[in-house]
Design a protein. Structure first.
Length: 304
């Protein structure tokens, strides 16, 4: 292939994904590894990056590399300070770690912060920028499901406010480390959609009963033989349902975009449908890449 004109990188806690881009932003090549933030020291970031992109670098020039995600966390490569909302989802100043290679210059996208109530995001802001790259006039709510789900209110090209819920992390803890684990199916056994939908309605409409509903999964397994697949599906529904209740003030009567077209994104779309709302889903990877591509325009401004 020809050398990359620029390189985009999405650096998560568990994985690193990189994209070689041509001058027009087209993808020439892509690669990934499991060298996420969770397994690296600051000194290991550049070698992990170079292991993937070394063959894309033109020896006659310096190639800019723009990184979003956890490389900019306090525990990452170098901290990229948060930008306070309301603001455009992506902008400078970018963090610029020192690198040994003379062939790259690295820029790390800062995350976003909210003073009241206190909240932060890192990585999702780039996906939001990708949404706005394709829909510059979008006004509404962007939902970003994940370990720590985000709901962001977008107005006039800016993130006005946002809300984080630890739904994915709670599901992982409860299904694998709590007493509920004894009645849970393995992840590969699929979803009982009826059990999921009923659980969403249960906690979204009566959130005060959430804690009792959780233990009821264990009791029904012991007394009524609740099937492990149904139990896992109901746990997912209870947690996503309480998330829907918590975020209702944001998504109620607002156009909503879900960033994620995989199984988790489909669950969120189903949950909104159960509650009388609707949402369109878009690819998370595509939004991250579109956001990084758009953010390259900010680099020259940041340098000046």
């Amino acid at each position: 292939m020809t050398y990359a004109f620029r390189i985009a990188a999405d650096w998560g806690t568990s994985n690193l994904r990189v994209f070689a881009l041509d001058e027009g932003g087209g993808v020439l090549a892509e690669a990934s590894s499991d060298d996420g933030m969770g397994r690296l020291t600051p000194a290991q970031y550049e070698p992990a990056l170079m292991a993937l992109i070394g063959g894309w670098l033109d020896p006659a020039r310096v190639t800019p590399v723009l990184v979003c995600g956890m490389a900019g966390a306090r525990q990452g490569w170098i901290e990229a300070a948060y930008r306070a909302v309301p603001c455009a989802p992506v902008g400078g100043p970018f963090a610029r770690p020192k690198v040994e290679s003379p062939l790259i210059e690295v820029f790390i996208v800062p995350g976003l912060s909210q003073a009241e109530p206190a909240d932060v995001m890192r990585g999702e802001e780039t996906q939001i920028a990708g949404v706005l790259a394709g829909r510059p006039g979008f006004s509404g709510v962007v939902c970003l499901p994940g370990t720590h789900s985000k709901w962001a209110v977008i107005r006039e090209g800016r993130v006005e406010r946002f809300l984080t819920l630890m739904t994915g992390e709670l599901f992982a803890l409860l299904s694998a480390q709590s007493v509920l684990r004894h009645g849970m199916a393995d992840d590969g056994e699929g979803m009982d959609t009826d059990a999921f939908a009923a659980a969403v309605r249960e906690t979204a409409t009566e959130p005060a009963g959430f804690a009792a509903s959780l233990f009821r999964l264990r009791a029904e397994n012991l007394l009524e033989g609740l099937a492990p697949r149904a139990a896992r599906s109901r746990l997912s529904g209870l947690l996503i349902g309480i998330e829907m209740a918590s975020a209702r003030a944001l998504w109620q009567d607002e156009p909503t975009l879900i960033v994620g077209t995989g199984p988790l994104g489909r669950l969120y779309a189903t949950a909104l449908t159960q509650l009388g709302a609707s949402a369109e889903a878009v690819s998370g990877e595509a939004m991250a890449l579109a956001g990084l591509t758009r953010a390259f325009a900010n680099i020259e401004e940041d340098k000046s």
